[in-house]
Write a protein of this length. Sequence first.
Lengths: 141, 390
Amino acid sequence: MTVMTAEITIPEPVLGHYDRPMWDSITARAMTLQRCTTCNQMRYPPGPSCPICLSADYDWAPLDGGATILSWVVFHRGYLAAYPPPYNCLAVRLDEGPVMISNLEGPAPEGSWIGQRVRLCYAKEAGGRILPRFRLDRSAR
Amino acid sequence: MPDRGLENIASVVGIGQTDWRADWTRSRAGEKPDDSVGYAATAFRDALLDAGLHRDDIDGLIVGPTTAYERMGEVLGLEPRWGTQADAVNAVLQACMAIRAGLAEVVALVYGNDQRTAGTQYGGPQASGGANYLSYIYHAPWGLTSQGALYALILRAWTEARGVTPAEIGQVSVAQRQWARLNPRAIMQKPMTTEDYLAAPFICEPLRLPDYCMINDGGVALIIAESSRAAQITDNAVRIAAVARQDINRGATSLEPRMTEFYLPAQQASAARLWDAAGIGPQDVGIAQIYDSFSVHVPLALEGYGYCPVGEAGRFLTEGGIGPGGRLAVNSSGGHLSETYMQGWNHQLECVRQLRGECGKRQVANNRFAHYSSDVAGKATSILYARAAT
């Protein structure tokens, strides 16, 4: 039976065979990603083996939280009840290497966002889900 | 001819389609003219007629990705000795492969799509294709689900890296609308200036409404035959001179090869193979049909295939020009932006029509080759069509 609530929640994350430990770490506000214990490469999204060296050995390593914006967009059309337009999405390169899609919280940069330094933060969404997002890193020059 | 290549192995002997403008008008009026298989069946009958062939001449079948293979074969009454399912560009490649391998001699390629009347979702949590492309659904918790958003991210990064202005990228939509207005089959006929483009609303900024493809119902069919057989079937066969493909998958779910490299390494590798196989270069080609679910595909292919130096696509769009009378005729039917979004299938018809010389007011003169390029989801794939030997 589906319980209907008036609360509008964000779409559920994809939970493949390897995703759950990452989401558990996000819920604990200490996001980790798989790190290949053969070549040290970190990967996102989680998966069975290292795309660089094909090793299946890994551990879960914490993110430092620093990242750089690669690109950004602003939705002017709504596709999701939880995201009324306008809202932004951005792509960041984590300092550990992987690229991640997320949102910018708080103040936006003047002019281009590309190359701006950001830091990982955790947002509590309706329904209680914790979502990793980013804020401008004011300490960056 | 290389021993194991696909060069000149096969030729297009027949093309067919539904009446896209009628499909559009009726679906806009709230009717449902047909289902996907029905559209494909109409296009198939049209292609048989065009080729002057009987159904029993067909011994291979390739069905587009939106319909079930078995049901399509049942409806068309085909009992082929070989068959498969593929998107437009890979359907043509696989037809050549099957013919090269002797698995079939006359292959029907059929596509039908009721995407508009069926309300196919290309955005949102139920986005079509999510089972095959993790990137379409993985970022949904952050609100990134639409196909447009993926391409908006590319366009933003690419225009900043290259210093391309909105007015320059707008030339893609403007030029393709100019072509559409010379094409009686194209749906979008309203004139569009650069000012109109710049005044159009953002959907997913920096993409504006005219940067998006024209979703519509319809069908397309091609009949591809072994080249010596093709010469017996018709005197206006269009040869498939060369094909090439290079994939780029690393970082695909996070869109990395789109945003940081703009698929350039894959396009350049595919281009090197294509031009080498055909023994020509981009300077010998007057017509390029470029898969354009969004406008940004076009400049990436112009740079990737060497129609202009890397970094100069913005200038090429404004100074060389891709519209009527321009340096390179790009998407001369209007393409997905203005003719109809038949997922790459309508571009194949335009290549054939241009090389047959059937294009009326939009006919490109003195041209032997038409190049089709697709870079969907990191598969940089090309087909080079050539005019029948004169």
